[in-house]
Design a protein around this ligand. Structure first.
Ligand code: ADP
Length: 183
């Protein structure tokens, strides 16, 4: 599914984010930036050791939840990896939505600052971090749409790369509802 928001293409695909030919790939990292399973493990495996080396050198203190840092992309086709730290879901009453939205916003700001024309996001926090995917999809997409509507400096393509069918369908449903509201 694909829509245009203020001149930017916002696209949902099912697939593997490490295979994307975009300027920046966003990683669902942990706050220690220590590497892990899921999409984080896949990105470090495909990108090689230079990404972890740069993280250790530049960000030895890690990255707070709701924020993001940027590195090169090693052996990946992208130019950059943006390591975004989403919240661990603890019932939804611990500021999780704000932190998730902030992780997406800071990632888009970093991508824009580095002149990225295309950015790929995974579904941050909905794997090991347990965020219910329907809620996370609404937060993720409304945050990206809001950024695209209000920011002068922005990429021309934002692609969500959803790993499994269930996640893809949740994002598709959320995007339909959000764009129907707008028109
Ligand atoms: P978190 O700890 O933020 O929940 P996970 O990596 O556990 O992060 O999961 C986030 C999402 O990324 C899940 O939907 C998971 O299925 C998905 N995922 C795992 N591997 C990949 C991949 N190679 N490309 C895209 N998405 C992936």
């Amino acid at each position: 599914m694909k829509v245009t928001i203020n001149g930017t293409t916002l696209e949902l695909v099912q697939g593997d984010i490490t295979k994307q030919q975009v300027d920046a790939i966003v990683n669902a990292a942990n706050s220690r930036l220590a590497g892990g399973g899921g999409v984080d493990g896949a990105i470090h495996r495909a990108g090689g050791p230079s990404i972890m080396k740069e993280l250790k050198e530049k960000y030895p203190g890690g990255c707070p939840t709701g924020s993001a840092v940027i590195t090169g992309a090693g052996d990946l086709k992208a130019k950059y990896v943006i390591h975004a730290v989403g919240p661990i879901y603890r019932g939804g009453t611990h500021g999780e939505a704000e932190k998730l939205a902030s992780a997406y916003r800071v990632s888009l700001e970093l991508a824009s600052q580095h002149d990225c024309q295309s950015v790929a996001f995974p579904s941050i926090s909905t794997g090991a971090y347990g965020y219910p995917v329907d809620e996370a999809a609404r937060v993720a997409l409304s945050t990206v749409i809001d950024f695209l509507r209000t920011s002068d400096r922005k990429p021309s393509l934002v692609r969500f790369v959803l790993f499994d069918r269930r996640t893809y369908e949740a994002y598709e449903d959320a995007l339909r509802k959000l764009t129907a509201q707008a028109s």
